[in-house]
Design a protein around this ligand. Structure first.
Ligand SMILES: NC(=O)c1ccc[n+]([C@@H]2O[C@H](COP(=O)([O-])OP(=O)(O)OC[C@H]3O[C@@H](n4cnc5c(N)ncnc54)[C@H](OP(=O)(O)O)[C@@H]3O)[C@@H](O)[C@H]2O)c1
Length: 177
C-alpha cells in the first residue's frame, strides 16, 4: 500500500487556525485533494478532522468526495455507513488493502500525520504551500519524536500563487536526538 500524504499549509507550516478555521486556504486545495482521492480510490483522516470539516462545511464535505473514506479513531465514532473506521494507522492500511486499494491519500490532521510518520508508513508527501503566514495555529505535524529525509520529486506552481511540493520519503527511522 502506497501512502501519499497530502496537506495544504501556509509557508510556515500551519494547516488551520487555533479555532480550526481554514479561511486562509484557497478552494484549489480542496479540489486538488478531491482529484487525488478519486485517483487513489480511498483517503484516510483523523477523527477530529472528520468532525471539524463536517461542522464547518455542512453542505459540502468528505461525504461528497468520490473515494472511500477511512476515519482513524480509538473510540467508536458514529459515521455514515460508507465510512470505514480504523483503530490505528496500520489497521487503516490493512482495511484498505483488503478492499483492493493500492494507494491511499492521508490528509490530516496534525495528530494523525504524526502517527503515520512515527510508524514510518508514509511513502510520499505532497504539500500545497499557500502564499500566507500564520503566527498561531495548528501545525502540519503535531509534536512527536520522528525524523525523515525527503527527496524532491516535483514542483508545480498554481496560477493563484500556491506552490505544490512533491516529495518521496527516502529515509524513515533515526529518531531525533
Ligand atoms: N490544511 C489541511 O490540509 C488540513 C487537512 C486536514 C485537517 N486539517 C485541520 O487539522 C485539524 C485537526 O487536526 P488534529 O491533529 O486536531 O486531529 P486529527 O489528527 O484529525 O484527529 C486526531 C484523532 O485521530 C485519532 N488518531 C490519531 N492518531 C491515532 C492513532 N495512532 N491510533 C488511533 N487513533 C488515532 C484520534 O481519534 P479519537 O480521539 O476518536 O480516538 C485522535 O484524537 C483541524 O483544524 C482540521 O481543520 C487541515
Amino acid at each position: 500500500m502506497k501512502v501519499i500524504m497530502f496537506m495544504a499549509m501556509t509557508t510556515n507550516g500551519m494547516i488551520a487556525r487555533e479555532n480550526d478555521a481554514e479561511d486562509f486556504l484557497s478552494d484549489e486545495n480542496w479540489y486538488e485533494f478531491c482529484r487525488m482521492a478519486k485517483k487513489s480510490g480511498c483517503f484516510v483522516i483523523g477523527r477530529r478532522t472528520y468532525d471539524v470539516v463536517r461542522k464547518l462545511y455542512e453542505k459540502y464535505n468528505f461525504d461528497d468526495v468520490e473515494a472511500r473514506p477511512i476515519v482513524v479513531s480509538r473510540k467508536n465514532p458514529k459515521l455514515p455507513k460508507e465510512y470505514i473506521v480504523a483503530v490505528s494507522p496500520r489497521n487503516a492500511i490493512k482495511m484498505a488493502s483488503r478492499i483492493g486499494f493500492k494507494s491511499m491519500i492521508l490528509t490530516g490532521g496534525s495528530n494523525l500525520n504524526s502517527s503515520f510518520m512515527k510508524l514510518k508508513l508514509v511513502d510520499e508527501i505532497i504539500v500545497n504551500v499557500e502564499p500566507a503566514v500564520l503566527g498561531k495555529g495548528i501545525h502540519i505535524f503535531s509534536e512527536e519524536n520522528f525524523y525523515s529525509r525527503l527527496q524532491l520529486l516535483d514542483v508545480r506552481k498554481f496560477k493563484n500563487g500556491i506552490v505544490q511540493l512533491h516529495y518521496k520519503v527516502i529515509n524513515h527511522a533515526k529518531k531525533t536526538r
